[in-house]
Design a protein around this ligand. Sequence first.
Ligand SMILES: Nc1ncnc2c1ncn2[C@@H]1O[C@H](COP(=O)(O)OP(=O)(O)OP(=O)(O)O)[C@@H](O)[C@H]1O
Length: 960
Amino acid sequence: MVSASPKHESILKSLNNAQARAVSSDAATVAILAGPGSGKTHTLTSRVVWLVDCMGFRPEDVIVATFTVRAAREMKERIGKALKGGRENKIVLGTFHSIARRYLSAYGRHIGLSQKFGIADDADSRAIIARICKRLQLAIDPPAARAWISKKKAKGTEAALAASTRKQPAKPTAGLQELETCYKEYQDHLDRSNLLDYDDLLVRCVELLRKFPSCVANIQTVLIDEYQDTNGVQYELMRLLAQKQGRITIVGDPDQSIYGWRSAEIRNLWRLLRDFPGTDEISLEENYRSSQSILDLSLLVIQQDKKRYQKLLKPVHNKGSRPVLRKLKSASAEAEWIVSEIRRTLLMSGAMLNNGDVAILLRSAALSRHVEGALGKAGVGYKMVGGFKFYDRTEIKTILDYLRVIHQPENNDALARIMNVPKRGIGDGTIKVLIEEAEKSSLSLWSLLIKHCRGDRAAKTRITKQAEQKISGELLRLLNGVRKRVTEASDNTPFGLVETIEHLLTALNFQKVLQDTHPDDHEQRWANVQEFISLAADFVRDLQQSGNDALPEIEGLQQTVDDDVLPRFLANVALAADAQKGEGGQESKPLVTISTIHAAKGLEWPIVFVPAVYNGSIPHMRSEDGDEERRLLYVAMTRAQCLLYLSYPVYSSMGNGERNELSPFVAPLGSCFAKKGPCFDRPVVGQIAQILQRELAPDEAVFKNLPPMFSMEDNVFPIDPDEAQKNAASRPSGGGEGDQQTGEYPRSKRPRLSVPTLVSQNNGEEQEWRKEYATTMEQASNFTVSSLPGFVSAGTHQVAITAANAAAEASQRKERAAKLSASRRPPDQKTLMDFHRTWQSRTQKLPKPAISPELAARKLSAGRPTIHPTAAKPRIEEDKSERKQYACFSSSPTRPPAPEAAVGGEDQDGPPSPVQPALNLPKGLGGAGGLRRPAGLSREGIAPMDKLKKPFKPLTMKRL
Ligand SMILES: Nc1ncnc2c1ncn2[C@@H]1O[C@H](COP(=O)(O)OP(=O)(O)OP(=O)(O)O)[C@@H](O)[C@H]1O
């Protein structure tokens, strides 16, 4: 029941009816299941505020679990704005892993965990397993062994494991025994080193909460975002966190389940309904994010999966421009087209759109090379999200390893990595011998070194006297010196982190080390180190602001106060795989976002490019789950608000002339896409303005900023690269590169001045990459700042700016040359005036002229090279097919016929609406009759309970 107190009203005013019902539901368990852009996160955030402000729960008795660090940060911000008074800091809010870490730090000793446990990140786990496989000569692939171990842990409880084993009896394979051995050795190693890996954090927290339920005796309610991506152990954790009151709210979308490879289980949705009968299921049906065309096409993609549960999703926005599917000759041409299209879009929008409105979403990090290169060449600032990590840079990893050893000397792997960094003359052989010795004698490497250097006879390592001296004289002295300093700092003030790092850098003479070891880019690497220090300073500041993150006191249960800042910082780094500085709009200059699709989940941008939409990329050649790959594409497409571009290179970039095949998810829908970017006439830009609720830039503002010779159409690259190639080949010599690039305008020898800095004039050949534009994602383990414009360090910007200036100069030179040859304008090219007339004729219904009279009256030099006309191009055919309804039960009244879009435009260009299998509707509702049970979400079948057969029974059914 929604009452109308001012507090209630202020929370509910931004919600639609279904959202308001979800937010104010009295049910203990609430499941909000809805499609992308329907306001799930918005609803969850509002429910937190509702529960605190209207239900009177103390913030510290509320747990909110998100899937990524970024999502946690955003949610905290949003809740903070609504709650006020810093109360959001008291909520136990974070990823499952960070919440588990907090409980383990506070109460872990009750299950025998040392308070000083460290976290083994991905790289640590990989290295440990690889070493075990080598040492024991196990005939198993280390990455596969790691995945197997992780899966085994993530399955969670023994009961869950047994259940899943019953369903799918594990086939005893030859390697199973070896996997078990590897698992045991790995776990022993972690235990000895006092490390928990990511899976352990969850598993041990489950153990803690089972044995000591009183740890969460205060918890009133638990809320989970992106529920479809929880795995078995996370489900268990959620249940245990909420065990006192059983109050849980989840939001999720089965169509966006893209973490199967991390053992996410769609089955968890059924489990919830089975374990919590009486769950209030609420579906949200309005999509507030995307234009109708984008939403319709995205639904056509996801509806190829016949097994999925169908949900209703209605766009609230106008039709918008038809999504584009663009064919380019090569990956480099594709990247250059993207940059030219970004530039064209932003310029044609006036100042309404900027770089920050654009995202380029990649199936895999490896695809970023060309995109980064093209953006770098054009001097377009960009940031990188997901797929690579700031903390993976060599120089940062070294500092982190030192800090890990300082905090936790038993961390063998970190110690082994820094023994000879900087070079101390301790060879790989010596390190190997020491590690083996330590493992054999079940000692930590640190203890072995100490014993050895004290002349302990028990430590019979086979290392040279010289190495021994280096270890005791240099390494141990240095580490002990810094450790002592850390302890002193902790005594004086708990926040000695920055001083510790600075002290360490001085002790290592780290700047000099970088100069010696990386003469080419030491300055940039040092800039990274500075960045790291400022990240540490930010961390300390945030900690001071949010106060001690201790959990509320529970009577009768002793809590360990976790006030040591170094381990908290290290844990934060280990868990912050997807958090990057610079996200969240802090940048002074808007930047284009390059992201993996996985990392883009939950986000939205006005303009989205999804390159490399070919078979082998999406679906990925190594993926075993085609449906999950389709969902990935769906997630990518539904990030777009106004403009969506899919593209693929016709030829593989392997240089073997092999052709790429369009993704099978897109191939059947080819005709629904536009073949090139939209013409940004006023109606089209008007629709964008309407969706984004931004002010439409006046014509003068648009035209004033258009560079001379700017191509207003997406015609710089051929629509059909094969056709363009044939035309080029059939023309007598002299056709040249212009023909290659212009394709459908083979006549044109026009100088390609419109995007002079962006387009390689190399007949599609791969250009050699200039060093300063080497890419980020391809250098995951060997970063240089030049490859990290995403982090926009000063050095990187300088590189980009210099390049942009050089390119601009080149452009001006070309322009001057073009002016000189102006009289040679090809006969089939029209003048700017022609374009203006075309424009006017297209927009004559509009009250405003396309070009302001002032500009129109301006005299243009007769011979000035021209822009391609647009009017002659036929508009894409109108889709006259009757609009069909969705295959869902809807509580909404029948939608009135769509009103004419306020600004007209490309309404007729949209794809056909998703088809409704009318059989789904009962006869009484006008369907073909008979309720058909929604297809199951899991291919593994569902529990044989009626309730579970219709997990997301939509609202309407309830009302019926
Ligand atoms: N009732 C509403 N009125 C207007 N805009 C809304 C409403 N609810 C949500 N929105 C807007 O819709 C957009 C999508 O919301 P949100 O990110 O919460 O959706 P979501 O369902 O979590 O999406 P996804 O599943 O794709 O992550 C946001 O810009 C949000 O501000």
